[in-house]
Design a protein around this ligand. Structure first.
Ligand SMILES: Nc1ncnc2c1ncn2[C@@H]1O[C@H](COS(=O)(=O)NC(=O)C[C@H](N)c2ccccc2)[C@@H](O)[C@H]1O
Length: 526
């Protein structure tokens, strides 16, 4: 059975190292189907990994043969990811709610040797499927359909071998597989240890679906630190009462989630947050946290460290920045600070010059040892984002071109502006949608805002949507007064044609604002 060299960077070896120091410490704290909490120790998790690995090895797969793992985050799923890592089988994570069409695309692209699903999930009726199939739970891994044995061409699992492939939402059409090596993810997680994001006494709650690398981040940060991972069940996320009760009972000390995670409890029952007496820190990532909601969260959790995690799946993340407590009243955008230990962010302006002057803005390029290998089977797309270092291209060092814009502040920290492709041209003027959204959220009663362009008669029309506090929603929203307010703050070409109140903003599978769905919603007749 191919194995990593003990000195090799390997996700299994990094995440199971704490099993030596504290084998009986909890690795995963999870609720069973009746909501009863169970603690799985590092020793028991490692035994499950080895049990799965023995079954996988019996299939005779070769290093590099992809395995689709379909589950929500739980101890058995973590064991599956680590068993794959031990054998050099890249795992491709999908969640039970990944649509069949998307799973079919992924299967077409990576032709996985095996599709392993959590045993409480039904087998999908796909018109094409992985060669082999299996089900797993805390009792073991059972092969339903064995893949044909391969001629094993590889003998050892190397640091540069692929640990996982995560498919991005592919906002521009076809989803792309982000290929991450063991060396990249291990280097990144070692940086998290250096920045002490979590420690062995932490109980890290994870709320993202497994196909989103925010879930892999939670698994990695928790287990590499010898902490306990506390997966929050999807059905508990929708109910503020059930989510806060679970976090309280599980004694979660750190919660990871996208900004929209907090929206329901902030809107319907913010006092429930007062019950989270064990909570020490919240890490949010994925998109900007609307400031009115962030201020509200800070009010309810004044002693909790709020951390803005910024970055892309292509390097897992780039920076983790504490939100000032309290957030200054006049602050409109959040700092994304400086890159994590061992990495560096550089701004390049529209003319290709390196931005060094405070106040300057440009596109963020990330220099890091934790960059992805490339997009699966897509060298052209890879070449567009893994580019020569703009500071000195002649070295040939590749850096990640993020597509994000930021401004350099006086202290050398970066302030997020928005995505380059959220820059739109309105009547020949460059418009930053994030700036319009930031202005709209300053209106009294507005909790979040999203701006978009809608094609109309060959022109691009700016439109916006806002969500309101319960009190403001009960009153009549004065759209023209809102637009007049924006008109006082921004140039006329940045004032949306209309602003519509929505009960909530449409969200993607990963919990981010779904701008395509929003545009469709705003173009549909009232
Ligand atoms: N804190 C932010 N403010 C503002 N825009 C943001 C932010 N975090 C992402 N983004 C945006 O989302 C893009 C990346 O999207 S992504 O590839 O799906 N990855 C993620 O969203 C999560 C990311 N891999 C991650 C995982 C774990 C910890 C931190 C970050 C970035 O390029 C930004 O445009």
């Amino acid at each position: 059975m191919p194995r990593p060299h003990p000195s090799a960077d390997n996700l299994y070896q990094l995440l199971m190292a704490p099993a030596d120091a504290g084998p009986d410490r909890p690795a995963v704290v999870e609720a069973d189907e009746n909501g009863v909490l169970h603690e799985i120790s590092y020793r028991r998790l490692d035994a499950l990994v080895k049990q799965y690995a023995a079954v996988l090895d019996g299939l005779g797969l070769d290093v590099g043969d992809p395995v689709v793992v379909e589950a929500d985050t739980c101890a058995a799923a973590v064991a599956m990811l680590l068993a794959c890592s031990l054998l050099g089988l890249p795992f491709v994570t999908v969640s039970p709610h990944t649509p069949d069409t998307r799973l079919a695309t992924i299967i077409d692209q990576v032709t996985p040797a095996l599709h392993a699903r959590a045993n409480d999930l039904p087998a999908r009726e796909l018109d094409r499927h992985a060669e082999g199939s299996a089900v797993f739970d805390l009792g073991g891994l059972v092969i339903e359909r064995a893949p044909a044995p391969r001629v094993r061409r590889r003998r050892e699992v190397l640091s540069t071998d692929t640990a996982y492939i995560v498919f991005t939402s592919g906002s521009t059409g076809r989803p792309k597989g982000v290929v991450m090596s063991h060396r990249a993810i291990v280097t990144f997680l070692r940086a998290m240890l250096a920045d002490q994001l979590a420690g062995p006494a932490d109980r890290v709650a994870s709320t993202s679906p497994l196909q989103f690398d925010f879930a892999l981040f939670g698994i990695g940060v928790a287990l590499s630190a010898g902490a306990a991972l506390v997966p929050v069940r999807r059905e508990d996320l929708g109910s503020p009462r059930r989510m806060t009760a679970f976090l309280r009972d599980a004694k979660a000390t750190q919660v990871h989630g996208v900004p929209s995670l907090w929206r329901p409890v902030l809107r319907h029952d913010p006092d429930l947050l007062l019950e989270l007496t064990h909570l020490r820190s919240v890490v949010f990532a994925g998109e900007e946290f609307p400031l009115p909601e962030l201020r509200r969260l800070q009010e309810m959790l004044p002693a909790v460290r709020l951390v803005n995690g910024y970055g892309a799946t292509e390097s897992m993340a780039a920076s983790f920045t504490d939100v000032p407590n309290p957030l200054p009243a006049d602050q409109e955008r959040l700092s994304i600070g400086r890159a994590h230990a061992g990495a560096e962010m550089t701004l390049v302006d529209a003319d290709g010059r390196i931005v060094t002057e405070p106040g300057g803005s440009g596109e963020i390029y990330l220099r890091s040892p934790a960059l992805f290998t490339g997009y699966w089977n897509d060298p052209e797309a890879t070449a567009k984002v893994l580019v020569p270092d703009p500071v000195e291209p002649r070295h040939g060092t590749k850096v990640l071109r993020t597509g994000d814009l930021a401004r350099l502040d006086e202290t050398g920290e970066l302030c997020f502006i928005g995505r380059a492709d959220f820059q739109v041209q309105i009547r020949g003027n460059r418009v930053e949608l994030g700036e319009i959204e930031g202005t709209l959220t300053r209106l009294p009663g507005v909790t979040a805002a999203a701006a978009t362009v809608v094609p109309r008669g060959g022109d691009q029309i700016l439109m916006a949507a806002v969500t309101l506090t319960a009190a403001a929603a009960a009153a009549d929203f004065d759209a023209s007064a809102a637009l007049a307010f924006v008109g006082k703050q921004l140039p006329s070409y940045m004032v949306p044609r209309s602003v519509r109140v929505l009960p909530e903003l449409p969200l993607t599978q990963n919990g981010k604002v779904d701008r395509e769905a929003l545009t469709r919603r705003l173009t549909a007749p009232r």
